[in-house]
Ligand binder design. Structure first.
Ligand SMILES: NC(=O)c1ccc[n+]([C@@H]2O[C@H](COP(=O)([O-])OP(=O)(O)OC[C@H]3O[C@@H](n4cnc5c(N)ncnc54)[C@H](OP(=O)(O)O)[C@@H]3O)[C@@H](O)[C@H]2O)c1
Length: 328
């Protein structure tokens, strides 16, 4: 193994900067993964844009990236669930690097049917959407409303809900141009929210009762619109706040419908708690990845040394799926 590697850092410039640094050694409970592909999340670009301000001279340098796919190059003391050479995908801070240190509990096996590019697109989405469905006590036969369904994690949520037996998946987008994509990946009803009332559309799709479960990636007023779109005793999980963190809700809708509302943010979980989310995803959704019921939706693949193009693509909000970097 070479002694140095290239890793991308944010915070010192408007774009990520490549730096040559020593390959890290895995400590107790850690693995070193030779990354072959990494992929972008909304949070990567938000953090990049917030950590550097030329006007004020603000610079907060940090190792960039959250998710990766590759093979195990070395294991630290106490690691028994994986071996050198295993193909894995997972999440960690500092994933945009040739070698990535990760907690052994935060890895999933890459099915043989999947290449590294596709695998790098899945870890955050699998963990987040499955973790949210689990917290919503979702079971086969229930109906699910997914807001912001064309977000990279929402695209996995739609497929996952269908793979786990949802009777109906209602998916939202603001863009008529993305309707076909949502239909193609299995949404039963697509609501284009530009011009259509979300609450009424969800009620219409469920015979007036409302959906059993909402996975909300949008927040803002959309979150409020989900309450009267949910059936009595139903569950709403807020995952993202693409439209903003504030919402004015109708407490009558909340109380008369006896709704269960909660939020999740798996990036802020304790390592052990995240490990439990990963373990459940390995059991319950990785098999659906292996047999093709859940597939990565890839927008574009970029070279590692053209990461700025990938960031610009994400800022454009034109992406149809995940934006991936191949690691040299
Ligand atoms: N809770 C967790 O653990 C967790 C984990 C990962 C991500 N997240 C959060 O989940 C959200 C999605 O993340 P991502 O990385 O998958 O996002 P992403 O791929 O960047 O999502 C982009 C899509 O979101 C939609 N969108 C953007 N701004 C919007 C707005 N103002 N109102 C409604 N829709 C909007 C657009 O779809 P249309 O053009 O089709 O409308 C856009 O194509 C983010 O808020 C992220 O922070 C949470």
């Amino acid at each position: 193994m070479t002694a140095t590697m290239t890793a991308l850092f944010g915070g010192a410039a408007p774009q990520w900067r490549a730096r040559h640094i020593p390959v890290p050694e895995p400590g107790p409970g850690q693995v070193l993964v030779r990354a072959h592909a990494v992929s972008l999340n909304n949070a990567d670009v938000q953090r990049l844009d917030n950590s550097f301000d030329p006007a004020t001279g603000k610079k907060t340098e940090y190792p960039a990236g959250y998710e990766f796919a590759g093979d195990i190059a070395a294991t630290g003391p106490g690691v028994r669930n994986v071996r050198v050479g295993d193909r894995v995908m997972g999440t960690t801070q500092g994933a945009f690097a040739q070698y990535v240190l990760a907690d052994h509990r935060h890895l999933m096996p890459v099915p043989e049917t999947l290449g590294y590019d596709g695998a790098s697109a899945l870890p955050t989405a699998l963990l987040t959407e499955h973790g949210a469905l689990t917290r919503a006590r979702f079971s086969s036969g229930q109906s699910v409303l997914i807001t912001g369904a064309t977000s990279s994690i929402g695209l996995t949520g739609v497929q996952m809900a269908k793979a786990l037996g949802a009777s109906l998946v209602v998916a939202t987008t603001r863009s008529k141009a993305k309707e076909a994509l949502l239909k193609k990946i299995g949404a039963d009803t697509v609501v284009v929210t530009n011009g259509r009332d979300l609450t009424q559309a969800a009620l219409d799709a469920t015979g007036g009762d409302g959906v059993d479960v909402v996975l909300d990636h949008v927040g803002g007023q959309t979150f409020a619109d989900c309450l009267p779109a949910t059936r009595v005793d139903g569950h709403i999980v807020n995952i993202g706040r693409l439209e903003g963190p504030r919402s004015t809700v109708d407490l009558d809708a909340l109380s008369y419908r006896h709704l269960h509302v909660r939020g999740v943010s798996f990036g802020f979980s304790r390592p052990e708690a995240l490990g439990q989310v990963v373990a459940a995803a390995i059991d319950e959704v990785v098999p659906a990845v292996a047999d093709g019921r859940i597939r990565p939706v890839v927008d574009s693949v970029h070279a590692f040394d053209h990461a700025h193009e990938a960031a610009d693509r994400m800022r454009s909000h034109q992406a149809h799926g995940k934006i991936i970097l191949t690691v040299p």
